[in-house]
Design a protein around this ligand. Structure first.
Ligand SMILES: Nc1ncnc2c1ncn2[C@@H]1O[C@H](COP(=O)(O)OP(=O)(O)OP(=O)(O)O)[C@@H](O)[C@H]1O
Length: 232
């Protein structure tokens, strides 16, 4: 489903006039329907990998080959902006700890819009959105409110609902359970298991290794570049 070859990404901090490497020669593979867990120290580049796949970041070198329904085999780093927009809508989902709040859009409208984007008809989209909000225990009184005032946990559950409801072919999870209580984590786990059973391919970063247990088929361990230099 996805193969990464020799990914390299560095960040230039302009006011320091310095460039720091974040990823060096990262290669990995996730098979269709598989779940790859990425672990490693803070700052080792785990999120940078996911953001490169989602094209939030543009690496300096390497390829990210994705087997797309719409475009066949496509290098996400060479894809056009239009192709990336399409893939983000229809094939690749991304959940982080942070919610991209749209102005004057209620929680229910946000999840409904996710479904309208992939061509679900209005009435069904509303029904499925409500089901998802209920599943993730977002209280009904919040459905018609604007999420910018939600608590961290509420925002996160809404974020997860928006991404999962579309049943993307590839779902990227960047510590989606970071600020959730145990009961909400169980809900997220159930949804991930359900998606996996339906054939969704997943790549996830979790600090909570217990959460990952039994979910992941493979684990990719990142090392901090400074630690690699010490070892060398
Ligand atoms: N937009 C950015 N600008 C500058 N440096 C960045 C940027 N994004 C990430 N970095 C740097 O790249 C390195 C890898 O960051 P990344 O967020 O990928 O690590 P991580 O393994 O996900 O960390 P954590 O587990 O703490 O979330 C870090 O040194 C970080 O400071």
């Amino acid at each position: 489903m996805l193969t990464i070859h020799n990914l390299q990404k560095s960040f230039t901090i302009h006011h320091l006039q310095k460039t720091f490497p974040a990823l060096e020669n990262i290669s990995l593979h996730v098979k269709e329907g598989g779940f790859l867990g990425i672990v490693g120290k803070s700052g080792s580049g785990k999120s940078t990998i996911l953001k490169s796949i989602y094209r939030t970041y543009m690496p300096q070198a390497g390829n990210i080959i994705f087997h797309s329904d719409a475009y066949g085999e496509i290098d996400l780093l060479q894809a056009t902006t239009r192709q990336i927009v399409y893939l983000r809508k229809h094939e690749i989902g991304y959940v982080s700890q942070f919610l991209n709040v749209m102005p004057r859009t209620t929680a229910l409208e946000l999840v409904t819009q996710s479904l309208l984007d992939v061509g679900v008809e209005q009435q069904e989209a509303i029904a499925r959105a409500k089901q998802a909000l209920r599943h993730f225990d977002l209280e009904e009184k919040l459905w018609n409110s604007y999420p910018n005032n939600f608590s961290g946990g509420e925002k996160l559950r809404l974020n997860i609902a928006c991404a999962i409801v579309k049943e993307p072919r590839l779902l990227l999870l960047d510590e989606p359970t970071a600020s959730l209580d145990q009961a909400s984590k169980v809900k997220v786990r159930e949804s991930i298991e359900k998606l996996k059973a339906q054939g969704t391919t997943l790549i996830g970063i979790f600090h909570d290794l217990e959460f990952m247990e039994g979910l992941c088929d493979d684990v990719f361990t990142m090392m901090k570049i400074s630690d690699k230099e010490v070892l060398a």
